[in-house]
Design a protein around this ligand. Sequence first.
Ligand code: SAM
Length: 233
Amino acid sequence: MSQQDRPSRTTEAFFGRRRGKPVRPQQAAALESGLGAYRLDLTAEAPSELRTLFKTEVSAVRLEIGFGGGEHLLHRATEAPPIGFIGVEPFVNGMAKMMMAVRAAPLANLRVYDDDATQLLDWLPPASLDGIDLLYPDPWPKKKHWKRRFVSPVNLDRFSRVLKPGSKFRFASDIDTYVNWTLLHCRAHGAFAWQADEAADWHRSYEGWPGTRYEAKAIREGRRPAYLTFIRT
Ligand SMILES: C[S@@+](CC[C@H](N)C(=O)[O-])C[C@H]1O[C@@H](n2cnc3c(N)ncnc32)[C@H](O)[C@@H]1O
């Protein structure tokens, strides 16, 4: 393991790789200019009204944590210009991919953050978000690593603080133990009601679902995705 691949000790909930292959010069340029334009500055105080973070008028603000290469985030932000989207991804190559895409087709309803999502969550004002998507978070399938999972009592406290009552927390995963883990943690937390009419709902993808890169790989490898929706009560 090279030094740059070591998990950072400066973050609370990010244990993955910061970098993959070296980014190409064109991607590096897109990353630099894109972060200059889209990155949120957490050293400044968060505005009480998050809608003012965007270059365009938006009526609601949603967060996607760990967007990977940004396929889902791009799809959602492109199809819904009146909604503001904040995307978080600490993996440099994923952010570079996203910044290449928005260089080609800028999005006035997008902001990003390139580090541990817990930092952003702690910066946000209470009851400021209209939704959180946590799609295929790092699964940490080995029991000894379960404590690294993003879903945890402390992060559910963070979610419940920043989500507006009645808004949705959506969680997708192909790892059965993580799906059960999330159901149990949300039930124990008390601020999240699982929205499912029948067991089959688990396997029905979200409306307008474009899929994600990680999901496509999971399906190719024979794992079945589950899609959970919780309402912030
Ligand atoms: C398994 S990948 C899934 C990526 C994408 N959602 C998809 O479905 O293709 C999980 C992603 O979460 C990111 N991640 C892990 N810990 C994170 C954290 N604490 N804050 C924000 N993102 C995180 C990783 O860098 C990685 O890109």
